[in-house]
Every structure is written in C-alpha cells, then in structure tokens.
Design a protein around this ligand. Structure first.
Ligand SMILES: NC(=O)c1ccc[n+]([C@@H]2O[C@H](COP(=O)([O-])OP(=O)(O)OC[C@H]3O[C@@H](n4cnc5c(N)ncnc54)[C@H](OP(=O)(O)O)[C@@H]3O)[C@@H](O)[C@H]2O)c1
Length: 104
C-alpha cells in the first residue's frame, strides 16, 4: 500500500454470533471496503492471512478498489454488494466479525 504503510487503520469490530453458513470460509466482513480505510483494513487482513468479504453498495467499485491493493493478489476474499438496509446488513453480518469502514 505504499504511502499508506505508516498509517494505522481506524476500524471497529462487532462480534456477532449466528448461523451464517459462509462464516467458516469468510469469517470477516469489511463494510465500506472500497474506501480509504476499508482498503487499509483489507491490506492488514491479507497480511495476516485472514479471508474476508469486501462489502459495499457497488460490486464494480469494490472490485476496482480491491484491485488497487497489491497485497490482495492471491488472497482469499470476495466482493459482495449489499443494500444499505437493516435486513440485508444483518444477513451479511450474522456470524462474522465486522469491520465497519464506511461513512454511514
Ligand atoms: N480517512 C481517515 O484518515 C480516517 C481517520 C479516522 C476515521 N475515519 C473514519 O473512517 C470511516 C471511513 O473513512 P474513509 O476516509 O475511509 O472514507 P471513504 O474513503 O470515503 O470511504 C467510505 C466508504 O463508505 C461507503 N459509504 C459512503 N457513503 C455511504 C452511505 N451513505 N451508506 C453506506 N456506505 C457509504 C463507501 O462505500 P460504497 O460506496 O462502496 O458503499 C465508501 O467506500 C469514516 O467514518 C471516517 O470518519 C477515517
């Protein structure tokens, strides 16, 4: 991440217990992953070998922004578009650790 390397990402997590069937494969969600902070969090997760879901409102934007993080090459992550409403976010977050890096 070049110039970003000296920064410490700002994020917080929720530990939500649940029964989401995909939680074993991708135990972490980075919500707002397409942004500045989201990319820093994604980079840190990749450094630690932690699979994650990069989530936001626009899948194309997520894919384009994740492609800008060289450390993610070969890392286990997937981009998921999610509506910004309670039901959709609950469905995605349930059973996962969530890092919110969005401006909502
Ligand atoms: N940048 C910093 O140095 C810094 C320092 C301390 C704290 N923070 C905090 O970290 C958070 C993110 O900051 P950032 O600079 O990384 O922001 P950013 O680059 O603008 O990215 C924010 C992300 O939030 C999502 N978003 C924007 N508006 C939204 C909305 N109305 N509803 C849902 N999602 C929305 C966008 O994702 P999609 O469009 O893909 O959904 C976007 O990628 C903010 O709360 C900020 O206050 C940032």
């Amino acid at each position: 991440m070049g110039a970003m390397a000296s920064h410490t990402p700002f994020f917080f997590t929720f530990d939500l217990t649940g029964t989401n069937p995909m939680s074993t494969n991708h135990p972490v969600v980075v919500y707002g992953a397409s942004g500045y902070t989201g990319k820093l969090v994604a980079w840190k997760l990749a450094k630690r070998g932690i699979p994650f879901i990069a989530a936001g409102r626009d899948k194309g934007r997520l894919e384009a922004e994740m492609a800008k993080v060289p450390e993610l090459k070969g890392h286990d992550y997937r981009c998921v578009a999610v509506q910004h409403d309670k039901a959709a976010l609950t469905d995605l977050f349930t059973g996962r650790q969530v890092s919110s890096a969005s401006r909502w």
